[in-house]
Design a protein around this ligand. Structure first.
Ligand SMILES: Nc1ncnc2c1ncn2[C@@H]1O[C@H](COP(=O)(O)OP(=O)(O)OP(=O)(O)O)[C@@H](O)[C@H]1O
Ligand SMILES: [Mg+2]
Length: 431
């Protein structure tokens, strides 16, 4: 079987290493678009709050998820784009400026400006993951999105630099390495989720993407098209499950089932009046359904209060946010979006990854997912849980295609290769 397998350079594999599941998604670059070819998800047991704590367990889950996709596609997977999250992620703003040599700004000038902005001190225990422009200023004129081709003599760039703890980054890389994979790039998970769920209009107007996963809630705020702020809250769906487990004295896996099947914080969540649960002694018992809502409500309020504090803090600094997009598995909890709308006083929607299919049209034609022209992911995978995985594939595809949207992303692939070499050198050096 193995010898029949082939490699295909047009296929990008996104690997979402989450706290509750590890998911591999294969996407194929087509003429001006993409197809999602295969998705596989396996339970994850080796992470806590988005960070690897058990390398063996994580590597095994990665192996399983990737092997499924390999079997499905009949090909060998060698490299993946992997998402990273966790409270070790820290970000800051920086600034760089360069003189323009020619008559107009070239992609190389933009690269030089970004490089100048990246030349900042980063402690030895931190790794730079992304240097993301937030504004270009040409001869004092602010608010330029793409300066390539414009006339000017001095180009300034404001950037948002995302860093991660070297140890957490390397543990993730080592898990992939143990699973027999090379990592083509490490991408901040909320950046990937945003790529798969937000529209260009939302990014322009100012939007907060809130990815409520199993172990953490990741916030990414966009304004004027750029990522401007990220943060991680240490609460996720596992806490909801844990509360049900303790409150109703149920084993964790039964509490998880009950939460997904009956969990709701809607006012009418008392219907049906009673639901059956399997208690710790194996006996089936009926419990009033409203108990589940009574347990979930305060925890959801607590989480949304933390999100509100974060957003209020930004708005108080003149950073107007027009709405919220909830994604990640826990955004499916019935009534969560309505509670968020009421508490934050702004429009809230659930971010399904299929929306990205429309967003990703970079002027060269529509893209498709699973051959569906509207770009909808089919069946069980049309779920906010897969926003990060789909976003990783989109990130990889955008990095490989010369983009018409920006003059600098065509070089991302070269940077990826350079960065990759550095990472693996570090790992090998520490062995
Ligand atoms: N229908 C549902 N109702 C309520 N919660 C749900 C539902 N479906 C999934 N969840 C919850 O979503 C969580 C998993 O979401 P997701 O897959 O986005 O997390 P993850 O990526 O594994 O974790 P993280 O991003 O925090 O590392 C689990 O806690 C699960 O219970
Ligand atoms: Mg996740």
């Amino acid at each position: 079987m193995a010898e029949k397998r082939r490699r295909n350079n047009n296929i990008i594999i996104g690997l979402d290493v989450g706290t509750t599941k590890i998911c591999a998604i294969a996407g194929e670059i087509t003429d001006g678009g993409m197809n999602i070819l295969s998705v596989s998800s396996h339970p994850s047991t080796g992470l806590r709050k988005g960070v690897v704590i058990d390398m063996e367990a994580t590597a095994n889950s990665i192996k399983r998820a990737v092997a499924d996709v390999e079997d499905h596609l009949g090909m060998v997977i060698k490299d993946v784009l992997v998402g990273i999250a966790g409270s070790h992620i820290k970000s800051f703003n920086s600034y760089g400026a360069v003189g323009i040599k020619g008559k107009e700004v070239t992609a190389e000038d933009v690269e030089r400006a970004i490089d100048a902005a990246s030349a900042v001190y980063v402690p030895l225990d931190r790794e730079m993951l992304h240097v993301l422009p937030t504004d270009f200023i040409l001869d004092g004129q602010e608010g330029i999105k793409d300066p390539v081709g414009m006339a000017g003599v001095r180009l300034e760039v404001k950037v948002y630099i995302v860093t991660g703890a070297v140890s957490s980054v390397q543990n993730l890389l080592k898990c992939c390495e143990r699973a027999g994979l090379e990592v083509a790039d490490i991408v901040l998970q909320p950046l990937a989720s945003a790529g798969a769920t937000l529209t260009d209009d939302e990014r322009d107007m100012g939007i907060a993407l809130v990815d409520i996963g199993g172990g953490t809630t990741d916030i990414a705020v966009y304004k004027e098209g750029w990522l401007r702020h990220t943060s991680v809250l240490g609460i996720g769906g596992n806490h909801f499950t844990n509360d049900i487990s303790v409150g109703l004295r149920l084993p964790f896996h039964e509490a998880e089932r009950v939460k997904k099947k009956y969990g709701s914080i809607l006012p009418e969540s008392g219907n049906p009046a009673e639901v059956d649960v399997v208690a710790i002694d194996g006996q089936v018992r009926g419990i009033p359904k409203k108990y589940i809502a009574e347990i979930l409500q305060p925890r959801c309020e607590e989480l949304l209060e933390l999100v509100k504090q974060e957003i209020d803090g930004l708005q108080n600094n003149g950073f107007i946010i027009s709405g919220l997009v909830l994604t990640g598995g826990s955004s499916l909890l019935a009534g969560f979006d309505r509670m968020a709308e009421a508490m934050l006083s702004m429009p809230v929607r659930i971010g399904y990854p299929y929306l990205s299919a429309e967003n990703f049209n970079n002027g060269s034609g529509a893209r498709t997912m699973n051959g569906n022209a509207t770009g909808e992911l089919k069946g069980e995978f049309n779920n906010p849980m897969y926003a990060t995985g789909v976003g990783l594939v989109l990130y990889g595809i955008e990095a490989m295609m010369p983009s018409e949207r920006s003059g600098f992303s065509s070089d991302i692939f070269n940077r990826i290769i350079a960065k990759m070499a550095g990472w693996f050198k570090n790992i090998l050096g520490k062995k």
